[in-house]
Design a protein around this ligand. Structure first.
Ligand code: GLC
Length: 490
């Protein structure tokens, strides 16, 4: 099958979160199975260009209709660790992607509407006719809309699979986007059964457009799919999902085990596997050295991820102090989110703990360093308020790092409590708590510290259970291929 991924991110060149890992990992697995996969991305100024091999213009003259004119684009081609990537570079005063960051601009909705339109123009102009276009998150929600409304004649047989990684960001914007993309007909598209937002009257909701127009819609775990449909986790889209329940489901993400593999990891000083797990402690030493933590016989707890309200940062804050009070060490590596009040808080905390030999706060995300943190830590806290999938705990388990997570979204499907629940002993792989208050995470951490300190052999079994579980892309790719086949023949 020929599949084109259209996405705002692809790891490691353009990654803000797990979405980037998914686009890379799923594409990789599909290619291993013999499918042809191409990835279309914006050409961001701030990409990690050192990870793109043989970058060169592949299409010089792409003219993308925009308002009542056209925007000239160059499409670049390059390999990202083996994946075939096409990068769209518009030449216009708007300078859509030639900016410092990927996201967080007032015109984000227009930037990505343009991206969707350009991606389709590119398929049309280059003669590429994938069987399936797989697009991701609100940024590409307008793609199936534009495909159906404007490109059906040229790109008639393309089917769209639309994956939602985060319902919290839906790309709400004014109807101007309808003029910019030449969809026009404001009343028609603003109708509640098309792109009109259910609560913000008069606003265009690109993610809703994706749900309504795509041939199949997924989110990244079964539990989150149910939460979104029946609970309030879909941030206002529950009704729409319910309406389209026949084409909506959960597919749990996988992890690319070629990238996240402690046995072959080039970013850690002492590679190890389940049978040489004692070598993990060499990495713990290296991590301590790297962050100038003192050597001691104590558990090392990590938080890795965006510094964002979604992640339950007040509980991360609490876990940090609890860990220090219990004689442990704490490492945080979190990416700063612009326009986010929490940020200042952790910067302040960093200054406050500057000379503390048992903690380190790294307020930026560094891919290579993330490998060392996961390899060096004993425990990983993920107290998210909501978590569609939660890739970090899956990666952590691969490195024998025991997750301490809140029971929400995909983490309900992947992390099973050591002491409670109905899972067989050899599937229990972490600690799970329910509530979002301090006591909840306290009791989970306390249980974890207790096992680490008093029953090291049992703690080791927990580590091994995590390492042995299969969270590769193997099963999820089967699942996506079934979906692709299903929509192709509809
Ligand atoms: C988003 C979600 C996260 C998920 C990731 C990849 O970042 O918040 O739970 O793992 O997308 O799908």
């Amino acid at each position: 099958m020929f599949i084109v991924m259209v996405a705002p991110e692809c790891a490691p060149v353009a990654k803000a979160g797990g979405l980037g890992d998914v686009v890379f990992g799923l594409s990789h697995e599909l290619e291993i199975r013999g499918h042809a996969v191409e990835i279309v991305l914006p050409k961001y100024a701030g990409m990690r260009y050192e990870d793109v091999w043989d970058l060169q213009p592949s299409h010089h003259d792409l003219w993308v209709p925009w308002y009542d004119g056209t925007v000239h684009c160059t499409v670049w081609f390059g390999y990202v660790h083996g994946r075939k990537c096409f990068f769209i570079e518009p030449h216009s005063q708007d300078n859509f992607f030639g900016r410092e960051r990927m996201y967080g601009y007032d015109d984000d909705a227009l930037r990505y509407a343009f991206f969707c339109k350009a991606a389709l123009e590119y398929l049309a102009a280059s003669g590429k006719r994938p069987e399936v276009v797989h697009c991701h998150d609100w940024h590409t929600g307008l793609l199936p809309v534009l495909l159906y409304e404007q490109y059906a004649q040229v790109l008639g047989d393309q089917r769209v699979c639309y994956t939602i990684h985060n319902f919290c960001h839906q790309g709400l914007t004014s109807p101007e986007v309808l003029w910019a993309t030449r969809l026009g007909r404001v009343d028609h598209f603003l109708a509640q059964d098309r792109l009109g937002d259910d609560t913000h009257h008069g606003a265009v909701n690109p993610m809703k457009g994706g749900v309504v127009y795509a041939n199949f819609v997924t989110t990244v775990s079964d539990t989150h799919a149910a939460e979104a449909r029946y609970g309030d986790s879909a941030c206002g889209l529950g009704h729409t999902l319910h309406r389209y329940q026949d084409k909506f489901g959960g597919v749990l993400n996988g992890v690319d085990y070629d990238v996240w593999n402690p046995e072959t990891d080039p970013y850690i000083p002492a590679p190890y596997s389940a049978s040489t797990i004692e070598r993990k402690y060499l990495n713990k030493e290296a991590l301590r050295e790297r962050f100038m933590l003192r050597k001691s016989w104590s558990p090392l707890v990590a938080y890795v991820g965006r510094v964002d309200e979604q992640k339950g940062m007040h509980l991360v804050h609490h876990a940090l102090f609890r860990t220090l009070a219990a004689g442990g060490q704490f490492v945080l590596m979190g990416q700063e989110q612009k326009h986010n009040g929490i940020n200042g808080h952790f910067q302040h905390l960093k200054d406050h703990l500057n000379n503390n030999p048992d903690s380190h706060l790294e307020l930026s995300y560094q891919e290579e360093l993330a490998h060392l943190v996961l390899a060096g830590a004993d425990l990983l806290v993920v107290p998210s308020l909501f978590e569609p999938c939660g890739l970090i705990p899956l990666m952590a388990m691969r490195y024998g790092t025991v997750p301490v997570v809140r029971a929400t979204g995909g983490m309900r499907d992947t992390v099973f409590d050591r002491d409670h629940g109905e899972h067989a002993d050899d599937r229990r792989n972490g600690y799970v708590f329910q509530h979002t208050d301090n006591q909840a995470i306290d009791s989970a951490l306390q249980r974890a510290f207790g096992l680490w300190t008093d029953y090291p052999e049992d703690f080791r079994s927990l580590m091994l259970n995590g390492m042995r579980a299969d969270h590769s892309w193997h099963r999820p790719a089967d699942h996506y291929l079934d979906i692709y086949e299903h929509i192709r023949h509809k």
